[in-house]
Design a protein around this ligand. Structure first.
Ligand SMILES: N[C@@H](CCC(=O)N[C@@H](CS)C(=O)NCC(=O)O)C(=O)O
Length: 206
């Protein structure tokens, strides 16, 4: 049975949702990122970290999502089949890892992006992060016009990947999701899913 190490509200929410969608037994362990306990499993000290029973451990959200989608083809979470569908899935996974997730770093951890310790300098970094996130969300919003899910083949691990980032944007962008109606619709579609509500209740519960 796989064990997922997650932190509440982090990007690890994506594989947490996917494991619930798959419906096979798994264990979810809440852990503090950067902790000694987590670094013993994943030297980067980051979530998500997935560990199989034989000790094999996989990190990087995009790789974990791809692994789960292929480990459980019966769950139909690959977003389509064939060379181009798989290429599209990898393209969007890269988009969320490299363009969207990375755009949030200056907002979450401005001190990593400036050596100037003043509040004004850090605030400027946060605002630059808002602009970067807004750019990526405008792109995603356009893509979602006329679509229910991100990939052509229907609901996939990529929608789960988007979900925690959409929640961050709703909370952190000055206008929330108001400028991104298609993204908001995707959010609402995913949030209405009972499996997603189960996972959110577990992550947010005491
Ligand atoms: N590229 C990694 C990033 C993982 C990551 O940094 N996760 C955050 C939570 S969303 C974390 O654990 N941060 C701890 C840190 O940066 O020290 C992935 O996509 O899995």
């Amino acid at each position: 049975m796989p064990t997922l190490y997650y932190a509440t509200g982090a990007c690890s929410l994506a594989p947490h949702i996917v494991l619930e969608w798959i419906g096979a037994p798994y264990e979810a362990v809440r852990i503090q990122y950067g902790s000694k306990e987590l670094r013993a499993i994943n030297p980067a000290g980051a979530v998500p970290t997935l560990r199989e029973d034989d000790g094999w451990t996989l990190t990087q959200a995009g790789a974990i999502l791809d692994y789960l989608a292929h480990k459980h083809p019966e769950a139909g979470l690959r977003g389509g089949e064939g060379l181009r569908a798989e290429a599209e899935a990898r393209r969007w996974s890269a988009f969320f890892t490299s363009d969207v997730h990375a755009a949030f770093w200056p907002i979450f951890m401005p001190y990593r992006y400036t050596t100037d310790e003043s509040d004004a300098a850090r605030q400027a970094v946060v605002e630059a992060g808002h602009k970067l996130v807004a750019k990526q969300f405008a792109f995603l919003d356009r893509h979602l016009e006329g679509r229910e899910y991100i990939l052509e083949g229907g609901r996939s691990v990529i929608d789960a990947y988007a979900f925690p980032m959409i929640r961050w944007a709703a909370k952190l962008l000055p206008g929330g999701l108001s400028a991104y109606p298609q993204v908001k619709a995707l959010h609402d579609r995913i949030a209405a899913d009972p499996a997603v509500q189960t996972v959110l209740a577990r992550e947010e519960g005491g």
